[in-house]
Ligand binder design. Structure first.
Ligand code: GTB
Length: 217
């Protein structure tokens, strides 16, 4: 059965890999699963056909036969459970890798998203300048904790897993702000993720949609 995901017809980042279809593409590439992409306009995102796939009117979505999913965490967990390569076989190691996936989207991503919100969506509010340093401090607090746990390891818990794929994807969102460079071990961790052939294929595929450069940076 063909796997079809959705992505922006016009991504605001022009193909720099920041939209969330990149992490799903990356997982599919790691798992060696072919896929097709349906591009969706901003208007079509909020129309009934797309809302039936994702009630929040967002990309990416995932369809395979009768199954339709949304939420990158759920899509990647489904794929990693179905195909070998992104989750360890051993029960406890597998549960820990899944824990890192949740940590990425529940504990690390929220303050990172707040930074985009305070800078772009709320940038013209009179209190935005006051809020900005608070949000940056919350990001730093999480990155301090994460870099302490990573230490000098290559990956968060043994071999590269879906937990690392999700965490690297989330950390990449901090790059435009420069905060990641304050944490050399995390910057190196993200660079290791980006250097993986599967990531590079995923990046190139999304860049090609928007006529952007095929390599990150
Ligand atoms: N929790 C959901 C998931 O993980 O799947 C969040 C999905 C989501 O935020 N999708 C965004 C979307 O469809 C695209 S990724 N937004 C349109 C809308 O809500 O109307 C967020 C994103 C968009 C653009 C950039 N960029 O250009 O830099 C980066 C990230």
């Amino acid at each position: 059965m063909t796997i079809t995901i959705t992505a922006f017809e016009n991504s605001p980042d022009g193909g720099k890999g920041l939209a969330r279809d990149t992490r799903v593409r990356w997982a599919l590439e790691e798992l060696g699963q072919p896929y097709e992409v349906r591009l969706v306009s901003f208007r079509a995102l909020k129309e009934p056909a797309h809302l039936a796939l994702n009630p929040f009117g967002q990309i990416p979505t995932f369809e395979e036969g009768e199954l339709a999913l949304f939420e990158t965490g759920s899509i990647i967990l489904h794929l990693a459970q179905r195909h070998p390569g992104l989750l360890p076989q051993e029960e406890h190691a597998r549960a820990r890798a899944i824990t890192w996936m949740f940590a990425a989207v529940n504990s690390v991503e929220p303050p990172i998203l707040d930074l985009t919100i305070v800078k772009i969506v709320e940038g013209d509010k009179p209190w935005a300048a006051e809020r900005l340093p608070l949000v940056v401090e919350r990001i730093r607090a999480r990155l301090n904790q994460l870099s302490a746990r990573l230490g000098d390891a290559d990956w968060l818990d043994g071999a590269f897993s879906a937990g690392d794929l999700m965490m690297v994807s989330v950390l990449l969102r901090t790059r435009p702000s420069g905060i990641l460079n304050e944490y050399p071990s995390l910057a190196a961790y993200v660079a290791r993720g980006e250097a993986r052939p599967a990531y590079r294929r995923a990046y190139a595929a999304q860049a090609a949609v928007y006529g952007s450069k095929p390599t990150p940076g």
